[in-house]
Design a protein around this ligand. Structure first.
Ligand code: SAM
Length: 286
């Protein structure tokens, strides 16, 4: 079943400081920041396989749902009125959360990042880094907008953070998407990026930095993003928590145009209580 994506002109990226909308003409791919190609309109097309983010989360919610219904239908709950009332509602709520989570991970994330990447207005010759690229959902979409540029993904390939996560899987996806010639992957930790200062025009990160357990480690990842970014370059981070930390750290590191805002229901991972936000910023030109 193919779930319908919201119309491009109804994009819901709401920022605290200002509301930003992706222009319809950009979405439709007439001309995106100097790149005239069919790539933008094509960006929704996917040939690779991208797995499920943190697969144990929907799995445990699904098990919880089954247990709640089992308790209800076994009849054991019927003698306890409170349990008889709560169990089916809990089962339904957990089942709805699983559906919402799978939608966000399989469809919503792609639709949101498509809009975000188009909003960058790339020329097509930039060097882009994706920190925690996983199987390449964002990395390979970015690569499609870089006919004369390069897209670099770095990851530790943790299968607990994304199902089937592996460097070879990402490489295979790059081939399936037809962008292998402009994509590089490295195994490494985003807290210690193996790149020279100021080597990228854009640094992206999707649902990855929160996986670093300690605030000091997350701050280090932000510092690294700033270090490898060229002056005038931009950073875009979508994540489900700790985004206020990223926002504050980017300001501390001298970044400008720092904004944080909701990415809307398409990136609710199980419900509005696990909603992703976007943090974006620019490194000042010299
Ligand atoms: C939920 S997945 C998201 C992957 C991809 N960005 C996407 O949106 O599909 C999080 C990714 O972060 C990676 N990761 C976690 N900690 C990392 C670290 N310290 N350095 C690099 N990658 C990391 C995991 O291996 C995983 O691929």
């Amino acid at each position: 079943m193919r779930l319908e994506e919201p119309a491009a002109d109804k994009i819901q990226i709401v920022f605290t400081q200002r509301r930003e909308r992706v222009r319809h003409s950009e979405i439709m791919g007439a001309r995106v920041g100097g790149v005239t190609s069919s790539a933008p309109a094509d960006l929704g097309r996917r040939r690779g396989e991208y797995g499920i983010d943190a697969p144990y989360v929907p799995l445990s919610m699904g098990v919880g749902s089954v247990v709640a219904f089992a308790v209800f239908f076994s009849g054991s709950a019927l003698s306890i009125p409170a349990l008889a009332a709560i169990a089916p509602n809990l089962g339904l709520a957990l089942a709805a959360s699983v559906a919402d989570y799978l939608y966000a991970s399989r469809y919503g994330k792609f639709a949101v990042w498509r809009d975000l990447l188009l909003s960058l207005g790339l020329r097509g010759d930039e060097h882009v880094l994706d920190m925690g690229c996983g199987r390449g959902a964002v990395l390979l979409m970015a690569a499609r907008l870089l006919p004369r540029g390069r897209a670099m993904g770095i990851d530790l390939w943790k299968t607990s953070d994304q199902s089937g996560n592996a460097l070879e899987v990402t490489r295979r996806n790059a081939e399936l998407e037809g962008v292998a010639d402009r994509v590089d992957q490295r195994t490494g930790d985003m807290r210690a990026l193996p790149f020279k200062d100021e080597s990228f025009d854009v640094v992206l990160s999707s649902l990855a930095i929160h996986n670093i357990g300690d605030a000091a480690g997350r701050a280090k990842a932000i510092d690294e993003a700033v270090r490898v970014l060229r002056h005038g370059g931009r950073v875009l981070i979508a994540d489900i928590n700790a985004t206020r930390e990223y926002e504050a750290r980017l300001r501390e590191r001298g970044m400008v145009d720092v904004e944080r805002g909701s990415l809307g229901p398409r990136m609710w991972f199980g419900g509005p209580w696990v909603a992703a936000s976007l943090v974006r910023a620019r490194k000042p030109s010299i």
